[in-house]
Design a protein around this ligand. Structure first.
Ligand SMILES: *Cc1c(COP(=O)(O)O)cnc(C)c1O
Length: 238
């Protein structure tokens, strides 16, 4: 096992985590929501397993990763801990079989082909894979995510795959200068969720939205999961 982080790094991670949790709770309270309604996913991509281990020691159990290979190596190294791993990155169909059954929640399902691959693998493992649909509300060509009307169809189709449990929607909004400018996108994701619930007659409890720069706005618009990396770990060295 790799040696633990320095005392200095440990203190830094602890302070950052505590500050973020306080701000998440504050943002929830400010709009009349309970703090327990919002789950903090600490996004550990590009940061070492030892950082994750230190944070787990402070009670943080939900971690997010964007790259399959990196995530699986880290997961292996930390298998003695009872962590909940979230897959939040772009997922290619040919890697999906490594993801099904290894992550508590896959946030980035955006095509039927991907959903079917996850379903088949989960079925083989006799497990139920919880998933979110990633929606590309702005229709940005280069970005992952299903367009809003595609998401409607996809939600219907995913409901027919019995080894997948559809739990809600995920959003990565367009880049903006001011966090307040992201707010209409967060509101739009909530509205899409509400309309899907009515149309399909299902509960979609989760809205995964909000990162380091804009999690307050996301919480004000109904986020139940915020994905925060930089604010906890510091800058990523790519
Ligand atoms: C990297 C990443 C995050 C974390 O971003 P920060 O700005 O570092 O908080 C959140 N969501 C997704 C999908 C990411 O890829």
């Amino acid at each position: 096992m790799a040696p633990p982080v320095s005392a200095e790094r440990s203190l830094e991670l602890r302070r950052n985590l505590e500050a973020v949790l306080a701000e998440v709770n504050e943002a929830a309270a400010a709009c009349g929501r309970k703090s327990g309604e919002v789950t903090l996913v600490a996004v550990s991509k590009f940061h070492p397993a030892q950082d994750v281990r230190a944070l787990a020691g402070f009670g943080q159990m939900d971690f997010g990763e964007s790259y399959v290979q990196e995530a699986l190596v880290k997961r292996e190294e930390l298998q003695d801990l009872d962590l909940r791993w979230h897959f939040i990155g772009r997922l290619q169909t040919n890697k999906a079989r490594h993801v099904a059954g290894s992550f508590s929640l896959v946030h980035s399902v955006d095509s039927l082909k991907l959903a079917q691959t996850l379903h088949k693998r989960a079925q083989a493992l006799q497990t139920l894979q919880e998933v979110l649909l990633q929606v590309n509300l702005a229709g940005e060509g280069q970005k992952a995510g299903a367009a809003a009307d595609e998401a409607r169809r996809l939600a219907q189709e995913v409901r027919g795959l019995d080894s997948l449990a559809l739990r809600g929607l995920m959003l990565l909004p367009p880049m903006v200068d001011e966090p307040e400018q992201a707010r209409p996108w967060f509101a739009a994701l909530r509205e899409l969720r509400d309309s899907l619930e009515r149309e399909l007659g299902v509960r979609l409890p989760h809205l995964s939205m909000g990162m380091t720069g804009d999690f307050r706005q996301a919480i004000a618009e109904g986020a139940t999961i915020v994905r925060i990396g930089t604010r906890i770990f510091g800058e990523r060295a790519y």
